[in-house]
Design a protein around this ligand. Structure first.
Ligand code: RM4
Ligand code: MN
Ligand code: MN
Length: 398
């Protein structure tokens, strides 16, 4: 077998095992704190979000699930489950991670589970438990937690006390999970809190997840780090301790910019995938990691941007899959620095697009999902249909 044919085979096997979850909020009108530019084709209802996600999955074949934000997608809680089930059947995409929303209600002005107000803490716990129940009803494995909790000025919050409340609430949620369910703890250094955030980094998320119980893992959102932080090292450490639960993928230049994956620094996403695949090669274990997209495209067409993201993710994953692990391990052991780095770069600079096209057509998928989307007429149809109705109030803050 030629090296090229071997690489193509490795890529095809890697792509067969690669799936990535779409965020419902990525299809809705979102913006910045300075305003929102509305798109006539943006999804305003849960049915429209499922429809758009179904379209991305139909064209890419690797997005079988859609992440749901409880407040935005099931505003009435549990009674919304039947709707979700119906749309899931209709549009052939399953509900994925369930994201409680603990940051929009007026009650959460000073935090949710970390608020000094006992009423806010109790409401937050009730919402967490209801979210776990929704996940059970929908057969969703992951409850994905992100807390906006924190404070804006030094001296205004009791940091240790808030941590205790977090420990208590997360343990309560853990006690409520069904066997096989997981809770993912996401961290973020700042925004909306600008002095301290209760779960500010991976160490805090790790400690809280450990305390909560064995079904709690850490979620890494690539946009939630200080600039210059070595994210792939965090990934490698969490993998080594079996504490990596999943990702929210996006790219950024400055802070939590939620830009298209790989648009700014594709090498970083490649290095993250590389750490995961290197771990799998070394241990012979499959990393049990949920890949999810957490992006909001304010100006790009929502569906096009999502297809672009998925395609980029596949390319970077395929590049990481063809790293010659044996060679790399040998070079590392000998401290052959240039050889080791060249080994990584070699894979990164390989054009994997022909192999991906081949993989797609062998699975009955369009070789170029973006142009297939443009030719499908879907966008024209929804633009027409959706611009007829009045734009529903925009509640999503992603
Ligand atoms: C946060 C975080 C969460 C996402 C919200 C909308 O910054 O990334 O995962 O659900 O934004
Ligand atoms: Mn996120
Ligand atoms: Mn974020």
């Amino acid at each position: 077998m030629t090296p090229r044919a071997k690489a193509d085979e490795v890529i095809a096997a890697a792509l067969d095992s690669f799936q990535i979850e779409l965020p419902s909020w990525g299809f809705a009108n979102t913006g910045t704190r300075f305003g929102k530019f509305l798109q006539p084709a943006a999804a305003a209802t849960i049915e429209e979000k499922f429809s758009d996600a179904g379209e991305v999955h139909r064209l890419t074949g690797v997005c079988p699930t859609i992440a749901l934000h409880v407040l935005w997608d099931l505003p009435d809680g549990m009674p919304g489950v039947a709707n979700i089930q119906a749309f899931s059947e209709k549009f052939r995409v399953r509900p994925g991670s369930i994201n409680p929303n603990l940051f929009q209600d007026q009650l959460y002005k000073h935090g949710s589970v970390g608020s000094p107000d006992a009423t806010a803490r109790a409401a937050a716990i009730t919402h967490l438990l209801e979210s776990a129940d929704i996940a059970k009803q929908l057969d969703c494995r992951d409850v994905s937690l992100w807390f906006a909790d924190g404070s804006n000025y030094p001296g205004t919050a009791n940091i240790r006390q808030r941590r205790n409340w977090f420990e208590h609430s997360l343990a309560t949620l853990h006690g409520h999970l069904a066997p096989g369910q997981r809770m993912l703890v996401e961290y973020k250094p700042f925004e909306p809190a600008f002095y301290h955030t209760d779960i500010a980094d991976w160490g805090m998320a790790l400690l809280l997840a450990r305390k909560a119980g064995p079904q709690a893992k850490v979620l890494v959102d690539t946009g939630h780090h200080y600039l210059g932080q070595n994210i792939e090292q965090i990934v490698a450490w969490l993998l080594a301790d079996d504490m990596l639960g999943g990702f929210h993928f996006n790219d950024r230049r400055y802070a939590d910019d939620d830009l298209t994956l790989g648009s700014i620094d594709p090498y970083q996403i490649f290095r993250i995938f590389h750490e995961i695949l290197y771990f799998e090669w070394e241990t012979g274990k499959r990393a049990d990691v949920a890949y999810m997209i957490d992006q909001s495209h304010n100006l790009k067409g929502k569906i096009e941007a999502m297809i672009q993201t998925v395609t980029t993710a596949q390319e970077l994953y395929a590049k990481a899959a063809i790293v010659d692990h044996e060679n790399l391990a040998t070079a590392q052991a000998k401290c052959a620095l240039v050889d080791a780095e060249v080994c990584l770069k070699e894979a990164f600079s390989t054009d994997v697009r022909p192999a991906i096209r081949e993989w797609a057509s062998s699975h009955g998928l369009p070789e170029d999902p973006l142009s297939a989307f443009r030719q499908s007429g879907y966008l024209e149809r929804i633009t027409q249909e959706r611009s007829k109705r009045a734009v529903a109030s925009v509640s999503s803050y992603a």
